[in-house]
Every structure is written in C-alpha cells, then in structure tokens.
Write a protein that binds this ligand. Structure first.
Ligand code: TRP
Length: 77
C-alpha cells in the first residue's frame, strides 16, 4: 500500500509537442509490457503526466520536448 501511494503521488513530467501528431504511449507496469493507452498531441500542446501503478514507462513518437527531473530531452530528431 505504501508503495502504491508512493508510485501514484510521484512527480509529474511534462511533454510538449513540437509537431502535430505526436503520440504518447503508456506501457503497463509488471511482468508483461503492453500498450494500454495512447494519446495524440498537436503542436504546442503540453501534457502533464505522472507514472502510476498501471503505467511504468512511456514511449513518445514524434518531435517533443520532455521535461523531467533529469532535465529536458528532445525526442524525434
Ligand atoms: N512492464 C515493464 C515494467 O513494469 C515495463 C517497463 C518499465 C519497461 N521500464 C521498461 C519495458 C524499460 C522496457 C524497457 O518493468
């Protein structure tokens, strides 16, 4: 329970789309790794997102800036 609370109250990341049609894909936590959600973003849109007990990884397709505590990284170029 403590672990679950820690996971769902984790820090947020920001994803800013630099072109139309950027896709964010959520991958399931646990032994299986499956796509469970995908979200399309248009240029200039910003997604504020958090990892949860359901999502342990995200895949980003297209040009986007990703802001995390590790810094800013640009995807898609
Ligand atoms: N189901 C995997 C897990 O919970 C998902 C995952 C997390 C993953 N990090 C990854 C898959 C890195 C590939 C690479 O651990």
């Amino acid at each position: 329970m403590q672990e679950k609370e820690t996971i769902v109250t984790g820090e947020y990341i920001l994803i800013k789309a630099l072109e139309n049609g950027v896709t964010i894909i959520g991958l399931t936590r646990g032994r299986d790794t499956k796509f469970h959600h995908s979200e399309k973003m248009d240029k200039g849109e910003v997604m504020v997102a958090q990892f949860t007990e359901h999502t342990s990884a995200m895949k980003i397709r297209g040009r986007a800036q990703v802001y995390t505590k590790h810094g800013v990284v640009e995807a898609g170029n």
